[in-house]
Write a protein that binds this ligand. Structure first.
Ligand SMILES: NC(=O)c1ccc[n+]([C@@H]2O[C@H](COP(=O)([O-])OP(=O)(O)OC[C@H]3O[C@@H](n4cnc5c(N)ncnc54)[C@H](OP(=O)(O)O)[C@@H]3O)[C@@H](O)[C@H]2O)c1
Length: 262
């Protein structure tokens, strides 16, 4: 039997682990991508036990790094059926990665873009391959003239909201580009879950990780959404995304991200 391959980023985080578990339960070969080897191995062991699926693999990759994402894709030699971009960070102070790019822009936005651009070549045409971008209802305030807070005062919540807006707009941008190959790209709000990320805003969360994973898994696995692309979902339902209505702005953002390079 030809098993399908899936990659989940941020896979030892609260929601990421629950997403990976749901995909593992469907007998995919699941690659957990994250930056901390020990946490990846712990999640790998846990998911192998819980899902009775031995085909759980790990990849150590700092998703803020252009080079590390590129190296990851060069190590990858398989067809890919499913990519779930889920990793996110929201440091309280403005921080830059090793390449001098503001950290939320690097991980939460460019990380998603580079994962798609580096891995879509492994997705086979017209086989129902899917890309799911975990975004949020908590989104807005994107400033394309100052995406890295070089002139604006940095606030982790403001930077986060603009990143999640960008995730939603870029899903529409990639959906248009990949449609002719039968690859779908959708984004969603997962749920309000207690996590390192939500704690960095001073919040907890009222939903369990499994509840938070339900909509990403709906987009990743169900027949119901087969062929749907470029859309935004909350609570297992398609919702209107006000950010993706302006094709010119969507294209401008896509070009802005591309200018950072692969
Ligand atoms: N929790 C909520 O209520 C909520 C609500 C709306 C949307 N979301 C979205 O859901 C997704 C998952 O969030 P979560 O709440 O599950 O957060 P989380 O538990 O903090 O998980 C985030 C994951 O991303 C990883 N990550 C961060 N920076 C990275 C980097 N440079 N390289 C590789 N991995 C990195 C983290 O690893 P480290 O631990 O090593 O940093 C962690 O595994 C995010 O996209 C978030 O925007 C969450």
């Amino acid at each position: 039997m030809n098993q399908k391959n899936a990659i989940v980023t941020g896979a030892y985080g609260a929601i990421g682990q629950a997403i990976a578990e749901g995909i593992a339960a469907q007998r995919f070969r699941v690659t957990l991508a994250g930056r901390d080897r020990a946490s990846l191995e712990k999640t790998q062991n846990l998911l192998r036990k819980r899902s009775f699926n031995p085909d759980i693999f790990i990849e150590v990759v700092d998703l803020s790094s252009r080079q590390e994402i590129s190296d990851f894709s060069k190590r990858w030699g398989n067809p890919l059926s499913l990519l779930v971009n889920n990793a996110a960070t929201a440091p309280r102070q403005r921080t830059e990665n090793g390449e001098g790019v503001e950290m939320q822009w690097a991980v939460n936005v460019l990380g998603y873009v580079r994962m798609i651009r580096c891995f879509e070549p492994f997705m086979e045409d017209n086989t129902g391959a899917r890309i799911v971008n975990v975004a949020s209802y908590w989104a807005g305030g994107l400033d394309m003239r100052d995406p890295e807070f070089k002139t604006r005062r940095y606030d982790n919540d403001v930077a986060y909201r603009q990143a999640k807006q960008a995730n939603r707009m870029l899903s529409a941008a990639f959906a248009g580009r990949l449609q002719s190959r039968g690859i779908t790209v959708n984004s969603c709000h997962p749920g309000d879950v207690n996590s390192k990320l939500s704690n960095s805003f001073g919040f907890g969360g009222s939903e369990s990780p499994a509840q938070g994973a339900a909509t990403p898994l709906y987009l990743a696995l169900t027949e119901e959404v087969k062929g749907i692309t470029g859309k935004y979902f909350e609570h297992l339902r398609q919702e209107r995304c006000q950010f993706s209505l302006d094709p010119q702005a969507v294209e401008e953002l896509y070009q802005l991200c591309n200018a950072y390079g692969l």
